[in-house]
Design a protein around this ligand. Structure first.
Ligand code: TXE
Length: 458
């Protein structure tokens, strides 16, 4: 990293116009931010859990009204998320605080046992400073999950937002840091270079959401210091649809969850595997719903699909669509790119085959990609034929038979006749190359902690 002043140049995805530049953090400032976090953490670790929780509660209480609306507007401006989705993202940050607190209380509880005259206590201690490196697709909710997990368990956190959403990151940081001791939650800005410098810095853990390639780079860099890792990486979530399913509910889920946030969702429906006996009816209904989706300016209240977040992502999706067409896929709905800005309206593609990159690579775009299968066994085989394993869902008759199919899926989070869910304190977790470590749930909180056993002769 250089010490010369540099800037990020974010762009408004709805019109391609430059937004105000954001200064990149210098090497010296990064070091000072991490050092301040480390110093503040020593006191924070000894601060009772109830006090830590009350700080988070006051953040949640403040994230209402004007503050909440300003943050949602910023998300819409910087990444093109339709305003009503952006509002839901921000609202979720405030409402989820209580569940972090509940899980942290479970995670921090000491375990005591006596055996052979020896009293053994297991204490869960914070790791120290957690580097949080965020993506652009949920620029508030995703870093927030990692930052709150770190803080509530007694760690300090230093956030590097995505270079595509730096101001959203800065606004979130300003709102939360007001409720915390000085220095405990730091912010650095920049591209992957700054991210790499943060990983290499004096941090104890890296909590990351983004691409597999970056996750691997972080893992390599972290190896020298044996730093702890929680990585949430890409996904290629399959949705299996079988005879006997509620086809209307399934079609609606497919259409909405493949195109929400322009498909730029970690657990979007990326692949549909539909049984041959219902494929035609299902696909036509999906197409009908998708045709009714409102594409437009993210700040327009009626908009359901805004622009894609950046030109690179739009072009990646257009490339996958062009190659699918060349490979013989058919478009029931033809997505169109238009400017100014990075608009790409949704597509419904049938005749997708397992070799197409539309079936193999993460698309992260507004595309419903439909493959036809002979039976449930073929659906399961294709669903699992991937390096990814984030989410999955299976739609069929209610009961044990459909649940038995879910048992065979290699994904961290599986939904049966619905999308996946983290209700009831379930973890947010990927299998195979979709993740390493996990969050939410008491066990997820413990990823941010170190168990320490103490044996005392009675
Ligand atoms: O990810 P990157 P991007 C997938 C999705 C998308 C692709 C790229 O397919 O098209 O990833 O997205 C920082 N050391 N997902 O560009 O490049 C970088 O500055 C440390 C899946 O956002 O991985 C940014 O802050 N940090 C997904 C963050 O890492 C580095 C969610 C993510 O950047 C770094 C998001 C380095 N060497 C994207 N290099 C999901 N499914 O959850 C970059 N960064």
């Amino acid at each position: 990293m250089s010490s010369a002043p540099e800037h990020l140049h974010p762009v408004d995805p709805s019109n391609g116009e430059p937004l105000a530049p954001v200064a990149v953090t210098t090497a010296e400032a990064l070091e000072a931010t991490v050092a301040a976090a480390r110093q503040a953490q020593a006191t924070w670790a000894d601060t009772p859990l109830e006090v830590r929780c009350s700080r988070l509660r006051s953040f949640a209480a403040a994230l209402q009204g004007d503050a909440s609306e300003a943050l949602a507007q910023q998300v819409a401006r910087e990444m093109g998320k339709p305003l009503r989705e952006a509002r839901a993202e921000v609202r979720g940050v405030a409402t989820r605080v209580e569940s972090f607190i509940t899980q942290a209380a479970r995670a921090c509880a000491e375990e005591v046992g006596v055996e052979g005259g020896i009293k053994v206590t297991v204490r869960w201690r914070p790791l120290g400073v957690v580097a949080v490196i965020g993506p652009w697709n949920y620029p508030v909710a995703t870093p927030n999950n990692l930052v709150l997990s770190a803080l509530v368990t007694g760690n300090a956190a230093v956030l590097k937002p995505s270079e595509f959403t730096p101001r959203t990151g800065a606004m979130y940081h300003a709102l939360l840091t007001e409720h915390l001791p000085p220095g405990l939650f730091g912010l650095v800005q920049g591209t992957g270079r700054v991210g790499a410098a943060l990983v290499a810095g004096d941090v104890d853990m890296i909590a990351f959401t983004g691409s597999i390639a970056t996750g691997q780079a972080i893992m390599r860099e972290a190896a020298s210091g044996m730093k702890r890792l929680v990585l949430e990486l890409g996904g290629k979530d399959p949705m299996i649809v079988l005879p006997g399913a509620d086809l209307e509910a399934a079609a609606r889920h497919a259409a909405i969850e493949a195109t929400r946030n322009s498909g730029q969702v970690c657990v979007a429906v990326e692949r549909i595997l539909v049984h041959q006996d219902i494929a035609e009816t299902f696909s036509q209904r999906v197409a009908e719903i998708v045709r009714g989706l409102q594409v437009g300016d993210p700040r327009d209240e009626a908009t359901q699909i805004g622009p894609m977040a950046n030109a690179r992502q739009r072009d990646l999706v257009l490339g996958q669509l062009a190659r699918a067409r060349a490979g013989g896929a058919r478009f029931l709905v033809e997505g169109e790119a238009r400017g100014p800005g990075f608009y790409l309206s949704p597509s419904v593609v049938v005749g997708v085959t397992p070799e197409m990159d539309l079936a193999r690579e993460e698309t992260f775009g507004p595309v419903v990609a439909i493959q036809v299968v002979r039976d449930a066994d073929e659906a399961v085989a294709r669903a699992n034929d991937t390096v990814y394993g984030l989410g999955a869902s299976v739609w069929g008759p209610a009961g044990a038979e459909t649940e038995a199919i879910a048992d065979k899926l290699q994904a961290g989070m599986v939904g049966v006749n619905r999308g996946l869910s983290t209700a009831g304190g379930a973890p947010w977790v990927g299998w195979k190359m979709s993740g390493f470590g996990y969050t939410r749930s008491a066990a997820g909180m413990r990823q941010f902690m170190q168990p320490q056993s103490r044996a005392v002769r009675a």
